[in-house]
Design a protein around this ligand. Sequence first.
Ligand code: PMP
Length: 360
Amino acid sequence: MAASTPFVPPPRELLRPLAVPYRLLLGPGPSNVSPRVRAAGGQQILGHMHPEVLQAMDEIKAGIQYAFQTRNRLTLAISGTGHCAMEAALLNLLEGSDTVLVGTNGIWGQRAADIARRLGAKVHELLKPPGEYFTLRDIQEGLAQHKPSLLFITHGESSTGVLQPLEGLGELCHRQGCLLLVDAVASLGGAPILMDQQGIDVLYTGSQKVLSAPPGSSPISFSERAREKMLRRKTKPPSFYLDMGCLASYWGCDGEPRMYHHTVPISSIFCLREALAMLVELAARLPTVTTVRVPEGYNWKDITTFLMDKHNIEISGGLGPTAGKVLRIGLMGHNATQDNVDLLLQALRDALQHCQHSRL
Ligand code: PMP
């Protein structure tokens, strides 16, 4: 056989088209990606140092600062999933035989403890039965007993469905000279979290949960306290890829000209940028009054009249600048129920089928 003859035949399965069925993803993540975010991921690739990509990275930073409610300058997205951000946080903050206290009330604490042990840290696990959360007293006792330099805790424990209260934790940690590291992969965007006000030193999340972007990029932010601890390191972090110093430079977080570190996954950057934009837009929405654009070709008055006459439901048209353009739906107090949402959606479907519709 001539040396240039390939002996591995072309895999037949790759000659078939990729088959991706539609599925409604109602598990604890990933969640379905919106058409807008999918379209962003389908854009043509640009170079990883092109101004448009760097601008998207800057916009992501601003979006993360908003989503995390932080002014931390060391804020960026790790090129990797939630585990990667967990690993990045631990390996940059722990050095030598640093002591870390890990709140374990489900799998995520176990994972963090595993990573920290691999890094050679002294790991103490504060254990709680699955389904329970840590009280300030639990944490206080753990800190007093083990005197760690870092506390790891999971905000949204997706293996047990528990939300960890964070109020007062930061203060408690700081009084003991300890940094607070919070995993918000399953909660960020869905349950309130205020990084600066709650004194969180390192916070990370994933792209594929509440943000509804494809998996593979993970927002993370470090407080000044955390940054200083990293600056005081005597040894380099044991990973080049996840070295926050290098990443800070690439993401333009250190006020210096940006330095190439790795090729950011450009499509993921576009997706995350759009997902954060949607979060920003969503957060500016009033939960009690939902405004919906009048579907093209319909007259708003026909719809509101139909709902009133046929379904005994009142909704309103626009007001002032939105007159003629939107429908306004109130969900307030006693009326704010799932049943009423379903009822209205059904009635709206009926209206769209029966109201006059000009074909455009
Ligand atoms: N932390 C929590 C709370 C999670 O729910 C998950 C994902 N299920 C992770 C970390 C790990 O994230 P990933 O699977 O994206 O690596």
